[in-house]
Design a binder for this molecule. Sequence first.
Ligand SMILES: Cc1cc2nc3c(=O)[nH]c(=O)nc-3n(C[C@H](O)[C@H](O)[C@H](O)COP(=O)(O)O)c2cc1C
Length: 205
Amino acid sequence: MKVLMINGSPRQGGNTSIALSEMVKVFEEEGAEAEVVQIGNKDIRGCIACGSCREKGRCVFDDVVNELAPKFEAADGLVVASPVYYASANATLIACLDRLFYSTGFDKTMKVGASVVVARRGGLSATFDELNKYFTICGMPVASSQYWNSVHGREKGQASGDLEGLQTMRVLARNMTFLMKSIALGKEKYGLPQKEEWQPTHFIR
Ligand SMILES: Cc1cc2nc3c(=O)[nH]c(=O)nc-3n(C[C@H](O)[C@H](O)[C@H](O)COP(=O)(O)O)c2cc1C
């Protein structure tokens, strides 16, 4: 089992890193291989809707997004984590995810997704919903925990004191591993669900 974990925080060793580290410990115990890539401190521009990815299968801007693409393709699960900024995900992470999901043509069906949000106090569930939408537009089942996947803290390190938040991360990683293993078995036995050809209508009649 392989899990790609994208950390949208610009702060090295910040609260989002603490939340993800709690998950990594469980993935290791469960024999899943986890890789964390921190992108919040990178220069990542937004999508310019040029459409060249449809021909080339990769983003026209050759940065960390194109490095993440093969890792995502090889992964059984994807964790996307963000600090909350103005009740939303960090803008760099959104630029990265828009381009990563839009530019990659590989089948994401039944790769398990989980989002993690970290904040001082508010905007957590709005951000959680925002991030889960990347999974639910492309056939990715969403792993959940005992609570919405949030951890509290403001200054670096404060997340270590949110014991319930960290427990939520551990349970999330265990549930996610179970789902990934179960899906691997299901794929062996039944294969992936039958596909239908896309019928785009764009609300134009
Ligand atoms: C620009 C900015 C906006 C923020 N907006 C919010 C917010 O809407 N709600 C909140 O509770 N915390 C907010 N925070 C606090 C961060 O979410 C919090 O410090 C978090 O722990 C940062 O995670 P990190 O250490 O992984 O970067 C904001 C911080 C910054 C820098």
